[in-house]
Design a protein around this ligand. Sequence first.
Ligand SMILES: *Cc1c(COP(=O)(O)O)cnc(C)c1O
Length: 380
Amino acid sequence: MKIESLMKIETVAVHAGRRIDPSTGAVTPPIHLSTTFERSADGEYPLGFSYSREGNPNRRALEECLAELEGGKDALVFSSGLAVATALVQGLEPGDHIVAPDDVYWGLRKVIGDVFGKAGLETTYADMTDPDGVRAALKPSTRLIWVETPSNPLMKVTDLAAIATLARQASPNIVTVCDGTFATPILQHPLDCGIDMVCHSTTKYIGGHSDVVGGALITRHDNYLFERARRAQRYGGAVPSPFDCWLTLRGIDTLPYRVRAHSENALRVARHLKMHDAVEAVHYPGLPDHPGYEIAARQMAAFGGMLSFQVAGMREAAMNVAARCRLFIRATSLGGAHSLIEHRASVEGPQTRTPQNLLRLSIGLEHPDDLIADLNQALG
Ligand SMILES: *Cc1c(COP(=O)(O)O)cnc(C)c1O
């Protein structure tokens, strides 16, 4: 057991994967740009690194830190969140069946349907908030159950322990994966709920400053899909640069405090919008009338920085609110210091089932009074 695993998450976030640079005493890790590493006279690699696609000190430090934050056995980082999804789907065999959320991050549908359209995979998109429905969707060929909680943009909450249990009861051949991007390892520990692996788009809260794209996969135990993802990383080559890893690890220093502030701000904004006459509905798992409130209260340490709301009126009313915002920036993505507002239906295109009057907010680190004032003036 690592020393950090006995400590609180704030301490782990600062110390896990870090060490004083032995050659200089540098406290902040150096960025190792070298693509190649010296062999010893007997042909070995005594320090464990040979070539930077296969392994790099900055990447290894980030992986060690993420494994400890999630309470996992091992971690792999990739050049984006979707590179993680690609590596996992690539590990499946023709004829394998996937169960994924009906409101999954749209990129996963692209990976399964477009990138691997020829691979002969079968997918059922199910409502993950209904464990009986998920059980009914399983087949003898099911190999992967994908969950994402809270989900985008309606913030639906999946009971991770219930999904892990039904998967285990159904078959030893099923691997469960949770996309924990919205919750981060600070608010939710899917591996402790019995889920096999967690993935993150580290582009979002983990990097935390909207300046680096990346992804991570953390496993609770050895399994073939993790090993195949490792091969996809090393030999498929979707690796993050040393500087990307360094930036992401730097973001993690402050992750626990940032996520707490994002969550507090979001709760205040959600409560305010809930009482506003020009708002038809607010979707935030921290509001007691949200359908996922009870599970979220049990499963999460706080409710996170993401919420969405429906403006009274149609698409145009929502577009007008977004257009009038001064502090909220109209942009996609989430998890950074700036608050962002987005009309999801226009991003998702004509097939979308997202309500046309819905706006998604990524609540940043500004003062909540200023955020509320901005929304008030935009709502008119
Ligand atoms: C952004 C996001 C992804 C994809 O990650 P990238 O880093 O953009 O490739 C996957 N899942 C969720 C929930 C996301 O928000």
